[in-house]
Design a protein around this ligand. Structure first.
Ligand SMILES: Nc1ncnc2c1ncn2[C@@H]1O[C@H](COP(=O)(O)OP(=O)(O)OP(=O)(O)O)[C@@H](O)[C@H]1O
Ligand SMILES: [Mg+2]
Length: 285
């Protein structure tokens, strides 16, 4: 297994994803402003910042949920700015959500297979007719799903109702759902939210496992033990702007980063600040 001490040398790695000066406003609020960074093949990149800093909004722009007002997003060097979410997913970028979104009546396996159905190539009428092509694709999906469940240590609970599992396992089901389509980049929005200490440690291993399987990882996370342990590099934003970028040990010692976090009340970790830098009232996300 990889450890934080054995980070890969990424200097020569291909740039998979590039954000070039992206920005977006909601009414009078500049949620993200002139933000640029690169994600390299094989990297585990952390995007961190205080509550309301704009992290989820960045993910929403990458995945096509929001169209950036400014700037460009490139994937393998080709512009993908403003493409619809399903096209971004098909291109090889998949994400999990800050709040767990599992189908409540489905088993673990069904949840994972359902994630893949969104991307299946067979036409809808073949599904109605139950053609051999449809059945072949269906079987292949179930096989892939079981392999991913095995990888994430979920094979034993494949037939259980997903939402009945402990929180840590539910988070892994969400990851399995994104991994089943063999993405090149997986984007995780606060995967440690709601996890206990033991589950957080397990999460570190899961994230290393995902990277070791060849998937590049971009993650937002408030749990600093996870961030500092798993990431190769970190981008820090505050009020939508990049304030620092570097290796975990550099970020930890950066005065601007310390100041941004000290300005935050630790007891209110899940609340957005009441006012933005320009004094605009900010609604909780
Ligand atoms: N659809 C929207 N409409 C209006 N304002 C929004 C919208 N989405 C986000 N915002 C605002 O943009 C800012 C950034 O929000 P975002 O959710 O990206 O922050 P975050 O860094 O993910 O915060 P947290 O750590 O709390 O999840 C916040 O002030 C938020 O209220
Ligand atoms: Mg968020």
């Amino acid at each position: 297994m990889s450890t934080a001490a054995a980070r890969p040398d990424l200097t020569q790695a291909e740039v998979l994803l590039e954000l070039d000066g992206i920005g977006i406003s909601f009414g009078g609020l500049r949620a993200v402003d002139d933000l640029s960074f690169k994600v390299r093949q094989g990297e585990i990149l952390g995007l961190i910042g205080p509550n309301g800093a704009g992290k989820t909004t960045v993910f929403n722009m990458i995945t096509g949920v929001y169209k950036p007002g400014d700037g460009r997003i490139r994937w393998h060097g080709k512009e993908v700015t403003g493409l619809a979410p399903h096209r971004i997913a098909k291109a090889g970028i998949r994400r999990t959500f800050q709040t767990i979104r599992l189908f409540p009546d489905m088993t673990v396996l069904e949840n994972v297979v359902a994630g893949e159905h969104l991307l299946m190539t067979q036409r809808w009428w073949q599904g109605l007719l139950n053609t051999p092509a449809q059945r072949r694709e269906e079987n292949a999906v179930v096989e892939r799903a079981m392999a991913v469940l095995q990888q994430l240590d979920l094979a034993d609970v494949a037939r259980e109702i997903a939402v009945s599992l402990p929180y840590g396992a539910q988070r892994r089901v969400e990851m399995a759902r994104t991994l089943v389509s063999s993405p090149e980049l997986i984007i995780l929005d606060e995967p440690a939210a709601g996890l206990n200490e033991l589950e957080s440690e397990e999460l570190n291993k899961t994230i290393f496992g995902i990277r070791d399987a060849g998937v590049t990882v971009l993650l937002v996370e408030h749990d600093m033990s996870v961030v500092m342990n798993v990431t190769d590099n970190i981008v820090v934003i505050n009020f939508g702007k990049k304030i620092a970028e570097g290796k975990p040990e550099e970020i930890r010692a950066d005065p601007l980063v310390i100041e941004a976090y000290l300005g935050q009340d630790d007891d209110d970790e899940d609340e957005a600040p009441d006012t933005a830098a320009d004094g605009t009232q900010v609604a909780a996300p």
